[in-house]
Design a protein around this ligand. Structure first.
Ligand code: M6R
Length: 596
């Protein structure tokens, strides 16, 4: 995780780096830091918490520097405190490093540095000292590049480094392996960033550095090396407006992004209709096994897909968490289609699973929201969701877009196998064109107020509603810190019902017509034990039979996940807001989980 950024050029570097760090906060925000030159001296400022707090600590005089590196952290080694925040200086303060990644063998390096008194628990401080020792007082460009090459070859793990030397006011060194690092070039400046959304608006060209690349930037050039030789990498034109994100008048990104849900479904389907899927369809037809892999919300979209595909087309799907998938030695090979779902396309476990499946000869399809992400480099087939940039940590509109892409796949499977299914593309389009399902806002706000101080909540559903209950529970716990757990209605009697008493709130989902009676029976079972049932359903006949009722629109059973997503997302958002929490940045989390 973590975001890194660096600027050298004609403009004042500190404001540029701070602006860039704010865009990288989605990668981690428990602490941050920046290094720059003040007069001739290399200076480091750090802070626990968000970039705003870091900014408050920097005085105007310090903003004059024309070179700076900055880091926003999601703690891996050591607590989220100032000592562990980056940048890290070597003991004699000659080498200053920011790092995204994990040096797995840092303890073996550390054991060799017997003369160093470490001030932090980080692997990065060890690297800064190793490099300093290797340089042996020779800070010439040639010696730095040589040692960077030799030292990084010994590292096990992942890294994107940006390095300042106290003796050099005009160069930033870098090295990359398995962690993302982008190089931006403009008139009289160069930048390094974890992701291109954080490059400044004046950037003209972008270079996607490759694993094993290292080198340096100064204000007029970037020199890239690979295994001891200078190398050229393709430059791409940079489109700043494509990366522009704003809250559009909302207080929080999550609020704005929830509202964009149906639009992202429509945009995704429109895009998918315009692309040629003939080759992919051939692979789909030739595949005997279908695997779906992802994490968190992305996997919940996969669960909905599995359920719909199995029911509508009679095709079996094997589904797994990306963090578990490859350790189970799944029986995959040339006859397998593996679908990897990832909003960011950067989730470490999902990337590792995709590489694993590819090595096994499987056909790999990525469903991702970020065209330039690493998953698109691994998977030969990519379906791009069109949710636009999703900033809030909680995935909302991207989940809707993932559903859209996955339902589109169901339609393709139905076409390939000549199956008559219960919905059409037109049904989804009409459903999303006919409103945003925000008519229950007031009722959901009342519920949020009511449950905000609960310690624990249940979500219950059956069939497709069970998967959406899992998603609703994840969303609410993620942003409101209330313990939430989802159960399949029929499973309650097998243990979990013992948790229910007269203080328990249960959010029940009932959108599947054929399950009304069964789910109603589960509701009665819970109510008999005192549960206060909040029912989200289009079936108004149950309105007077529960503690609170949220009426939603009725659509075809198979399409109800599109309808029920919004009230679940609103509930999570409003609960966090009621509690005075920032739903965009829940504690301990980050938008992109780039460590395994
Ligand atoms: O970028 P990805 O879709 O691969 O991320 C997967 C999960 O980390 C993500 O969906 C996470 O569960 C969300 N924060 C939940 O809202």
């Amino acid at each position: 995780m973590c975001g890194i950024t660096a600027y050298v050029g004609d403009d004042m570097a500190v404001p540029r780096v701070l602006a860039s760090l704010k865009k990288l906060e989605y990668r981690g925000y428990d602490s941050s830091g920046i290094a720059f030159f003040e007069n001739e001296k290399l200076n480091v400022v750090k802070s626990v918490g968000t970039i705003d707090r870091l900014e408050e600590r920097i005085c105007p005089r310090e903003k004059q520097s024309h070179i700076a590196i900055g880091h926003t952290r999601w703690a891996t080694h050591g607590k989220a405190n100032e000592a562990n925040a980056h940048p890290h200086l070597s003991q004699n303060k000659s080498v200053c490093v920011i790092h995204n990644g994990i040096i797995e063998n840092y303890l073996s390096f550390k054991s060799k540095l017997t003369n160093i008194n470490f001030y932090s628990q980080t692997d990065t401080e060890v690297f800064a000292n190793m490099l300093d020792v290797c340089l042996n007082q020779d800070f010439s460009t040639q010696n730095v590049l040589k040692n960077l090459n030799e030292l990084t070859k010994q590292i096990k793990g992942s890294y994107a480094f940006a390095i300042l030397l106290s003796s050099c006011k005009n160069k930033i060194y870098f090295a990359k392996q398995k962690s993302p690092l982008i190089l931006g070039i403009g008139k009289n400046f160069s930048m390094l960033c974890s992701d291109e959304s954080a490059l400044c608006e004046k950037t003209e060209k972008v270079i996607y550095l490759q694993d094993g690349d290292y080198g340096f930037i100064d204000k007029s050039q970037a020199q890239i090396f690979h295994s001891g030789k200078e190398t050229k990498r393709k430059q791409f034109a940079f489109n700043f407006s494509a990366n522009c994100v704003s809250k559009c008048g909302c207080e929080f990104f999550m609020e704005k992004e929830i509202k964009e849900g149906t639009q992202s479904v429509l945009a995704t389907l429109e895009n998918l209709q315009s692309i040629n899927t003939r080759r992919l369809e051939r692979e789909m037809k030739n595949s005997k096994k279908i695997f779906v892999v992802g994490c968190g919300t992305a996997l919940h979209a996969g669960e909905v897909f599995k359920s719909v595909l199995e029911k509508e087309c009679g095709l079996d799907v094997i589904l797994d968490y990306a963090s578990e998938f490859r350790y189970k030695k799944p029986n995959i090979g040339k006859d397998s289609l593996c679908i990897f779902i990832s909003q960011s396309g950067e989730t470490a476990d999902t990337l590792a699973s995709a590489s694993f499946a590819k090595k096994k000869g499987a056909k790999c399809l990525a469903i991702t929201n970020v065209q330039t992400s690493r998953i698109t480099k691994i998977c030969p087939y990519v379906l791009k969701t069109q949710a636009g940039v999703e900033v809030a940590v909680a995935s909302t509109k991207a989940f809707m877009a993932q559903l859209a892409a996955l339902y589109y796949l169901v339609l393709l499977f139905a076409k390939i196998y000549n199956k008559k299914i219960t919905f059409s593309l037109k049904n989804i389009l009409n459903l999303c064109k006919n409103g945003n399902n925000d008519e229950n806002f007031e009722q959901i706000a009342k519920i949020a107020q009511l449950i905000k101080d609960e310690k624990s909540l249940f979500f219950v559903g059956r069939g497709l509603d069970y998967f959406m209950a899992k998603e609703g529970a994840l969303k609410l716990k993620e942003v409101s810190y209330i313990h939430c757990e989802a159960f399949a209605g029929g499973e309650l009697k097998h243990g979990s019902l013992s948790l229910i008493d007269e203080n328990t709130f249960v959010v029940c989902l009932l959108t599947q017509k054929e399950l009304i009676n069964k789910m109603h029976a589960n509701i009665i079972e819970m109510q008999s034990r005192g549960a206060k049932v909040i029912l989200i359903s289009p079936f108004c006949e149950l309105k007077d039979k529960v503690f609170m009722f949220v009426e939603i629109r009725q659509a075809k059973s198979s399409l109800m996940p599109f309808v029920v997503s919004r009230p679940l997302q609103e509930l999570a958002f409003l609960c966090a807001k009621e509690k005075g929490l920032n739903p965009d940045m829940p504690r301990n989390l980050a938008k992109s989980v780039t460590v395994e």
